[in-house]
Design a protein around this ligand. Structure first.
Ligand SMILES: Cc1cc2nc3c(=O)[nH]c(=O)nc-3n(C[C@H](O)[C@H](O)[C@H](O)COP(=O)(O)OP(=O)(O)OC[C@H]3O[C@@H](n4cnc5c(N)ncnc54)[C@H](O)[C@@H]3O)c2cc1C
Length: 460
């Protein structure tokens, strides 16, 4: 009889943990997964899925307006409580599916907070379990700055469960979660201000994408205040929040009903006992891992947001599955983090894969840039002045497409297809040889001709 109750104990039943547990159990391992909240993790319970449902809801406002030009007449009335109740029902259904999947895979679900006591012992709700291998898949958590009145603010966690839609909202931050929630609130009828300390929203994305989305958000009536810092927040007797904000050198006061902080997420490693097991963390608190997601302790692995590599669900799922394959499949499996596509479900949405123009110039001496911007056909009848951006970056020497970016309706759906071509290393000529699907916005990806060539500084 082994001294271990489990071959594999996973901390966290989110995207990485559930996949790792199920794959390991399928390979014959005795597996347990500990979960302190609800199986499904951030993505299912308070991230991608509920957020996307709210994004769909938010888009109906514009769709109803546009529909008039297509001959439809309709009355527009929106109920936040109906939306949230329906969303909650769907999330509960998905949580049940996760529970069933774990059970039917033979995985033991340990409900409660897990803490490592040493490299082979994990405590959950005062019970100790011995495990030969452990996977830390505890995800991330929103970061909040230490400013006066921060206790009156919400994060994306609470934004998905508000009892009422705020009439006026300040969204602090410029990353994808900030612009997505700004779009949700705005689309549902709120007045929205984005306050971001940086020079442009969506840091890390291609500059053309950043500027294009910024302009479209402003067009839609979102008040985007760049280089803005919140100094303090005060709750008034009326229940409103008064926010002292500095934009550039101007000091202002805003009165809103909600302040949503979306200023980044931190790896969730506090209170996990990783120090007692000897696991090394980086300065942000992320578990340091090698290409096989192995930590500094040989039988402890980490996958997903807790490793702070690429904080996206499909990446977490891949990393979790790879750990299970490495440990129980007899195949050491690294995860390839190159050319991972990203989407931003803003309004309009963004899809992007591969290098930005700045990164391309760092990696290649000469880059061909193809960009187009146009009004999509669907907006011509209704006169909506929203433009779509499509951009391709090509290594001048090999003609390989090294980056593809889009802002516009359906961009996330379209970029998933383009990502296959970019990942496969196809050339601009091969894109051009592909006959277009007409009339679509995506056809621009195979018909781009307007080229400018840029050289890296060492080459110029
Ligand atoms: C608002 C929002 C929107 C997002 N939208 C997208 C999107 O559109 N597309 C996309 O790809 N990604 C999106 N993400 C990111 C995505 O949700 C994460 O990358 C993904 O969930 C990471 O999976 P994970 O397994 O690493 O962690 P998680 O899914 O966070 O799972 C970690 C689990 O561990 C549990 N846990 C933590 N500590 C313990 C403990 N000590 N004991 C027991 N259990 C513990 C937690 O309760 C949680 O269930 C979004 C995130 C947020 C917040």
């Amino acid at each position: 009889m082994s001294e271990h109750e489990f071959d594999f104990l996973v901390v966290g039943a989110g995207s990485a943990g559930v996949r790792a547990a199920r794959v390991a159990a399928g390979l014959g391992a005795r597996v347990a997964v500990a979960e302190s909240y609800r199986p499904g993790g951030t993505c299912v319970i308070r991230g991608c899925v509920p957020k996307k449902l709210l994004v769909y809801a938010a888009h109906y406002g514009e769709d109803f307006e546009d529909a008039r030009s297509y001959g439809w007449t309709s009355s527009r009335q929106f109920s936040w409580s109906t939306l949230i109740a329906n969303k909650d029902r769907e999330i509960a259904r998905l949580e049940d599916i996760y529970r069933t999947l774990l059970k039917s895979s033979g995985v033991t679900l340990l409900e409660g907070h897990a803490r490592l006591l040493d490299a082979e012992t994990v405590e959950v709700e005062h019970r100790r379990y011995r495990a030969a291998n452990t996977l830390i898949a505890s995800g991330g958590w929103p970061m909040l700055p230490d400013i006066p009145g921060i206790e009156h603010c919400i994060t994306s966690n609470e934004a998905l469960e508000l009892a009422e839609l705020p009439r006026r909202a300040l969204v602090v931050g410029g990353g994808y979660i900030a612009v997505e929630f700004a779009g949700i609130f705005k689309g549902l009828g709120a007045e929205v201000v984005i306050g971001y300390r940086g020079e442009q929203i969506l840091r890390g994305f291609d500059d053309d994408v950043r500027h294009h989305l910024h302009d479209e958000l402003v067009h839609k009536g979102i008040d985007v205040r760049l280089q803005s810092h919140v100094r303090r927040i005060e709750k008034l007797d009326s229940g409103e929040l008064e926010v002292a904000l500095t934009t550039g050198s101007t000091e202002q006061t805003l009165r809103v009903d909600a302040v949503l902080y979306a200023t980044g997420r931190r790896p969730n490693t506090r209170g996990l006992g990783l120090e007692s097991a000897g696991v090394d963390l980086d300065q942000q608190g992320a578990v340091i891992v090698d290409a096989y997601s192995r930590s500094s302790v040989p039988n402890i692995f980490a996958a997903g947001d807790v490793t702070n590599r690429i904080a996206l669900t499909p990446v977490a799922i891949r990393e979790g599955a790879a750990v299970a394959q490495t440990l129980f499949g007899g195949v050491p499996t690294p995860v390839d983090h190159e050319a991972v596509a990203h989407a931003v479900f803003s309004q309009p949405p963004v899809g992007t894969v591969g290098l930005t123009e700045t990164a391309a110039l760092r990696a290649f001496p000469s880059v061909d840039v193809y960009v187009t911007s146009f009004r999509p056909l669907r907006y011509t009848l209704c006169g909506r002045n929203e433009r779509t951006l499509i951009k391709l970056l090509v290594d001048s020497a090999s003609q390989r497409v090294i980056g593809a970016h889009m802002v516009g309706p359906d961009a996330p759906e379209i970029i998933q297809g383009i990502a296959i071509a970019v990942k496969a290393g196809l050339t601009k000529q091969q894109f051009d040889q592909t006959v277009a699907v007409h009339p679509t916005a995506a056809e621009e990806f195979v018909t781009l001709t307007n080229k400018r060539t840029i050289k890296s500084e060492t080459e110029a």
